[in-house]
Design a protein around this ligand. Structure first.
Ligand code: FAD
Length: 473
């Protein structure tokens, strides 16, 4: 029998999923000596879920490196996390993750991934975040290559549809009617963001108009099965990472190039041509992730970012060109907005802009006066033709509801006991660390840190299970 056939029939560790968390777990488990089988729902081309779309990862580090412009200590990382989550995080687990992230930069590189200095741009992450040379797909390709070289067996088009779990002990997974037994499970199958019906349970009909920025495969099947089998739930089902993306993006997998970073340069109006939030509240990296939820609350979940010729060159455009017109009236007609209502909104905004020194790298003094909602910074009249607009919809990145784990990435059962042989990593347990909010690059940190731990612990647990069986037989 070949090694691959052996693993397929009797893996020690079964990893469900094929993204960053899964591959880190598979590699770590294999390096601990386990026979590892990875079950990925997608085919080989679409492998890797949301990880394919990523660009960077946030790790603590004590000094500048070739690709990072300065130190980013554990305390600063933790403070950033506390701020974005408003304290809704499991402090012990978050601190554990941040501590472990320090060794991640080196560990990930040992698995064949290469870093590059951050590109200049809107997110200014050069000190805190490490960028993958070639992006998420190149990163994944390196992980897959390393895993396969080590003898990890990967099965594509292997969507797990059932789990055999008895009293917190994993026995087997089902791919349709096929039963795949193993001594330990690593669940790394993402959140439930691709499952519109599940989103609708918490968001109502509005979820029909959501666009999913990443994979169509994160349906939450594994999450649901685990919760049904007594694993403790963590997180709020309505919490997720959601940004404003180009409304012309495809329903799934539009990726990073559909994101729009130009809110701060103009105004945002809804279908009634009315503004609804302060577009200049804070610098863009701190506030961009609120716009998905804001647009989700508007009629038909659509809004329009409007700006003029003076801002066109100031931001990274989306894949689609902005809609333009020589007058605001014509732009309104192109967008299907009431020209009179739009004229009223733009005129009121322009009249409220106070003179100041425009500088989009700081909280400048260009603001409105006497306008509700205000624009607190970067407020300049929209007056130089041609005029532009981007239609935007909520773009869901990933959901936070998940399974509770401890610092071995071991799932906790509803009664607080640790599961015998079940571990989780990545989006499927992100809610342990992210009660709400987001800090760029932390999705990959959660996947890599808990993936590596989950793989090591699953291998150890499988060894213990093997010994159990030996002594019993
Ligand atoms: C456009 C975009 C850009 C992003 N950029 C960044 C970034 O730069 N930095 C960052 O930190 N985060 C970023 N994120 C978030 C990041 O992608 C995720 O946090 C991270 O990739 C999650 O890794 P994961 O392994 O948990 O999930 P995924 O990478 O989504 O992998 C889940 C896997 O599970 C598989 N799967 C699902 N259900 C089943 C099943 N039933 N059976 C078998 N397999 C199944 C899927 O096919 C997939 O392979 C971005 C997300 C998007 C959408």
């Amino acid at each position: 029998m070949t090694m691959a056939a052996g693993v397929q029939e009797r893996p020690n560790v079964l990893v469900v999923g094929g993204g960053n968390a899964a591959l880190c777990a598979a590699i770590a488990a294999r390096r601990e000596g386990a026979r590892v089988l990875v079950l990925e729902a997608a085919d080989a081309f679409w492998r890797g879920g949301n990880t394919r779309h990523t660009r960077n990862m946030r790790c603590a580090h004590d000094a500048a490196t070739e690709s990072l412009s300065g130190p980013y200590g554990e305390e600063e990382f933790f403070d950033d996390l506390l701020r974005v989550t408003k304290g809704k995080t499991d402090e012990a687990l978050a601190r554990f993750m941040i501590r472990e992230s320090k060794s991640m930069l080196g560990w990930i590189e040992e698995q064949g991934v290469r870093w590059q200095p951050s590109l200049g741009g809107t997110l200014s992450l050069g000190r805190t975040n490490s960028f993958f040379l070639g992006g998420g797909r190149a990163m994944l390709n390196a992980l897959y290559r390393t895993a396969e070289d080590l003898g990890v067996v990967i099965r594509y088009r292997a969507e797990v549809t059932g789990l055999d779990i008895e009293d917190g002990r994993f026995r087997a997974a089902f791919i349709g009617t096929e039963r795949v037994p193993a001594q330990a499970l690593v669940a790394a199958a993402g959140g439930f963001e691709s499952n519109i019906e599940w989103l609708k349970r918490h968001w109502g009909e509005a979820a029909e108009n959501f666009l999913i920025r990443g994979t169509r495969n994160n349906m939450g099947t594994i999450l649901k099965l685990l919760l049904e089998n007594g694993v403790q739930e963590v997180g709020d089902p309505t919490q997720c990472h959601a940004v404003a993306i180009d409304a012309r993006a495809p329903k799934y997998d539009g990726g990073i190039i559909t994101r729009l970073d130009c809110v701060v340069f103009g105004i945002v109006v809804n279908q009634e041509a009315k503004r609804f939030y302060d577009e200049g509240e804070d610098i863009w990296p701190k506030r961009y992730a609120i716009w998905g939820r804001l647009v989700a609350a508007q009629p038909d979940q659509i809004a329009y970012i409007l700006f003029d010729a003076s801002s066109l060159e100031l931001f990274m455009p989306s894949l689609y060109p902005p809609i333009s017109a020589p007058t605001m009236g014509e732009l309104a007609a192109r967008l299907g907005l009431d020209p009179g209502a739009l004229d009223k909104t733009v005129s009121a905004f322009n009249a409220a802009c106070r003179p100041g020194r425009f500088d989009d790298s700081i909280l400048d003094d260009c603001r409105t006066e006497g306008l509700d909602p205000p624009k607190s910074h970067w407020a300049r009249p929209i007056a130089t033709a041609p005029f532009y607009a981007y239609p935007v919809r909520p773009g869901i990145t990933f959901t936070y509801l998940g399974v509770r784990v401890n610092d071995e990435a071991r799932m906790l059962m509803a009664d607080g006991r640790g599961a015998a042989n079940m571990f989780a990593a990545g989006e499927i347990m992100a809610g342990n660390v992210l009660g709400e909010g987001y800090a760029a690059g932390i999705g990959m940190t959660i996947g890599a840190v808990f993936g590596r731990v989950a793989g090591c612990q699953a291998a150890k647990s499988a060894r213990a299970e093997s010994r159990l069986h030996e002594s019993a037989s």
